[in-house]
Design a protein. Sequence first.
Length: 409
Amino acid sequence: MIDPTLLASWLEFAVRWLHVITAIAWIGSSFYFIALDLGLHRDRNLASGADGEEWQVHGGGFYHIQKYLVAPDRMPADLVWFKWESYATWLSGFALLSLVYYHGASLFLIDPTVLDLAPWQAILLSLASLAAAWVIYDLLCRSPLGENPTLLMVLLYLVLVGFALFYTQVFTGRAALLHLGAITATVMSANVFLVIIPNQKIVVADLIAGRAPDPKYGKIAKLRSTHNNYLTLPVLFMMLSNHYPLAFASRWNWVIASLVFLMGVTIRHWFNSRHARKGSPWWTWAATLALFLAIVWLSVPPAASPEEDALLSPAARRFAEAEGFEEVTGIVQGNCSMCHAAEPGFDGIARAPKDIRLETPEEIAAHARQIYLQAGVTHAMPPPSVSYIEPEDRARIVTWYRKATGAES
């Protein structure tokens, strides 16, 4: 019989890989079309009636691309729709959110020192916030503010700051930043699914029926596409942040997240200006560096919270009471706590990797699954150049975990 924990770990790996693949496809196509649109030559009187054109070379071949402001005179038979990259990215991302943060809510989603929630409450709060983010965003875009893109962007940024502060008051720091990425990705994908593609279908239907398409649909889609363009880089940061506790575990994590969104704007503004042949606004890189240095300064590790050690979930208590726990505690403390500590004693580590501390029996019980996977069934931890666990000790970790989960009686 295959260990369910190992199967779950491989399932998570497969879904994560799928999510990365689809995200690369979506981000790549998004960046390409934004650059293409900005770089079009619109000062040419084209016989086709197109709004602009561009010649490009790639892979040894030359490409002649034209864009129609509304639509061509007739509907092409082989029209390619760019939408599945977005849908697959969101679906795989939600599946990963469910596998890691919903299935492991007690460990990754809930922090009793922040807000003592039951798993079902935390999951419901997560789902509700995803929906609320889209509703708020969509209402603002459909309001008269949609006619003032700059003012709309400022207001949307303030909404993101509000969500950042909200998430850090209800979830773990890791989950807070991850959820900021999730609501942003939800808005981006919903833009494609509920606005951009439906508007394009209206234009296509008008063409088939012989009607002149209304240009407003293209204008609306362009606004949402521009938002997606500026949100992409912050989403990537949020999705990677769970590997870096200096980002998610700082007391100013919500400010850090807010500044990351500004960095996304400054970086994209430089590229968008270059693609539009409006020069190279180098001040954007200075602004980006200043924002990043502010983030580094804000990430100074806070003092550890002693209350956390005394809190044990029912699942963690099961591991603490399992046969062999005392022996495993000694193994982990002797080999792992030099780095996984409130004040790491290993040079070059300012904060415990992934913010996991393994100094007390309570902390070890709370992270039983990671210990089992990282130091039991695999040799991922500890690094052999730092500490060496005897094979017999790894076997003791495996036996303890399996007895606690009922896999070995």
